[in-house]
Design a protein around this ligand. Structure first.
Ligand SMILES: NC(=O)c1ccc[n+]([C@@H]2O[C@H](COP(=O)([O-])OP(=O)(O)OC[C@H]3O[C@@H](n4cnc5c(N)ncnc54)[C@H](OP(=O)(O)O)[C@@H]3O)[C@@H](O)[C@H]2O)c1
Length: 345
């Protein structure tokens, strides 16, 4: 018996679709034997998983930018893994890869699935595996292309970002500073606000849990908001809309305040501010920029190396903690990019 045939793959599957906030009974825990890769395929051992707000959307039935996860399917998740068996000349045993590994300990990827799966080798010289899930990974790419391609920030302009201490938010704010903007974050709690100002160099941060967002924006954005990078939607989007500068750009990246709603999504009440200010809002999906990721990664890795960019991850451990860990995103318990460590390298 080969060493691989002795391994067991523990998995987390979607058992039923949630109504409101997911609970443990939305998931089932299964295990099956690990198999050797077929010709052209690879076997990846999961090291760390990216826990993302988008996972909540993938649990819903219905049309989106990506098909929903089916009932009894292994939950979709991006992650970093190590190749432990390979029948493919492009991947060697020991390579670290980024891939859609799923919430499971091992992922067998057939040759014809490698591209579809988004699997590529990561360069550990550019960043740690967790940084490859954060500023060098999907959230970092979201911040990079959302801010630069859609936000079109100019030096001296005021950029506001919500979810400021989270994965996407930390990239957006730091990148906007590098590009010469005034940056104001919006985050929940003093600790997160202090961190983005004192550690990341934001000019100010409004603690939305402490009170009046509109008053905070009035104080910190005296010339109005030129770019709003929206991660949260809901009331905060409405508050920012009251402070837009002429020609403002709003990037609709996400609306986490709405993802567990059991009532219809709350749309912006103050949208006529777009008319008055000749402003626009535009949605973005990070996967549309995949061809340009290498250029963005090289730029971001340069900032990491020269100290202009920091990357904060919040690491929780153990596949079995997945149901509770995911909820941290919606309660704001994560401080930085939420990573689920599944195994040590
Ligand atoms: N369009 C795309 O391609 C794309 C790609 C990646 C991510 N996204 C979106 O980007 C957003 C941020 O994702 P992320 O991965 O960076 O997550 P994250 O910011 O690391 O974590 C989520 C954060 O959202 C905040 N939050 C939760 N509920 C909230 C509420 N009701 N009101 C205000 N803030 C709330 C919490 O921070 P506080 O403690 O500050 O409340 C929480 O820590 C999400 O909306 C996500 O769906 C979009």
């Amino acid at each position: 018996m080969s060493a691989i045939a002795t391994l067991t793959n523990h998995q987390v599957r979607l058992a039923k679709r949630p109504v409101g906030t997911p609970t443990r009974d939305n998931w089932s825990f299964t295990s099956e034997p690990v198999q050797e890769p077929s010709a052209g395929g690879v076997l990846v051992k999961t090291l760390a998983l990216s826990l993302d707000p988008a996972m909540r959307g993938w649990m819903n039935d219905g049309k989106s930018y990506i098909p929903p996860v089916g009932i009894d399917e292994v939950m979709r998740a991006g992650g970093i893994g190590k190749v432990i068996a390979s029948e493919n000349s492009k991947f060697a045993v020991g390579d670290l890869v980024s891939a859609t590994v799923g919430v499971q300990e091992y992922m067998l990827i057939a040759e014809d699935q490698i591209k579809r799966n988004g699997m590529f080798k990561i360069d550990p010289r550019l960043g740690t595996p967790n940084q490859w899930l954060n500023v060098l990974g999907m959230p970092g790419m979201t911040g990079y292309f959302g801010l630069l391609d859609i936000g079109l920030p100019k030096p001296g302009e005021t950029v506001v970002v919500s979810g400021a201490a989270g994965a996407v938010g930390q990239t957006v704010g730091q990148l906007a500073k590098i590009k010469g903007c005034r940056v104001v974050g919006i985050a929940g709690g003093r600790a997160k606000c202090d961190w983005v100002v004192n550690e990341l160099g934001f000019d100010a941060c409004v603690d939305y849990k402490a009170g009046n967002v509109k008053a905070g924006l009035k104080e910190h954005c005296p010339k109005g908001v030129d770019v709003y990078f929206d991660n949260v939607g809901g009331d905060i989007l409405d508050d920012v809309m009251t402070r837009l500068a002429r020609g403002a750009r709003i990037i609709i990246c996400g609306a986490i305040s709405q993802y567990n709603n059991t009532t219809p999504v709350q749309g912006p009440k103050n949208y006529l501010s777009l008319l008055v200010n000749r402003a626009r809002m535009e949605g973005m999906v990070v996967f549309d920029y995949a061809d340009r990721f290498p250029v963005a990664v090289a730029e971001m890795a340069g900032y990491l190396k020269d100290g202009r960019m920091k990357s904060k991850e919040d690491v929780v451990r153990g596949l079995e903690t997945f149901p509770e860990a995911l909820i941290k995103l919606f309660t704001g318990e994560n401080f930085g990019k939420l990573v689920l460590q599944v195994a040590d390298a």
